[in-house]
Design a protein around this ligand. Structure first.
Ligand code: DQA
Length: 143
């Protein structure tokens, strides 16, 4: 089964960007760890990042009919994007929303997530290790 892991704006700078909040691990490191774990779990993986809202909408649409589940860190688009929520609402499988930082103890504008209206599970504050945990949970949800 195929899992999409989608990453939103500025996550290409992971490891360099505000390391006191997001840590020193790069997105390439995260992708490598997820690829290894997916193999162990018997899952196929598409690991993607874009700074563009429309590209993420396109990938969610592409996942319809091809992917069993989606793990998404929409980054700042979490707090703004009805378009990503609508795209996820057209997807049938499990959706896990992931944030590296603990968004609920940060600024007020990070407290609301459009994507949470659709997500079956939400994780925040597990650092980049959260990606591995989310992938394990996805395998569990898919049975
Ligand atoms: C984030 C939290 C968002 O509020 C922020 O805009 C990000 C990353 C996280 O992974 O902690 O870019 O989604």
């Amino acid at each position: 089964r195929l899992i999409y892991i989608l990453n939103g704006p500025n996550l290409n700078l992971l490891g360099q960007r505000e390391p006191e909040i997001y840590g020193h691990t790069t997105l390439a490191d995260v992708e490598g760890a997820c690829a290894a774990l997916a193999k162990d779990l018997g899952l196929d993986l598409r690991f993607l990042q874009s700074n563009h809202e429309g590209q993420i909408v396109d990938w969610v649409q592409e996942a319809r009919g091809t992917a069993a589940g989606i793990i998404i860190n929409p980054a700042a688009l979490t707090h703004t994007s009805i378009a990503i929520l609508d795209a996820l609402n057209a997807f049938d499988g499990p959706v896990i929303e992931l944030h590296i930082s603990q968004v609920h103890k940060r600024e007020a504008f990070r407290q609301h997530s459009y994507v949470s209206q659709r997500a079956d599970a939400v994780m925040a504050g597990f650092g980049t290790h959260g990606y591995n945990l989310a992938l394990r949970q996805m395998a569990h949800l898919l049975g």
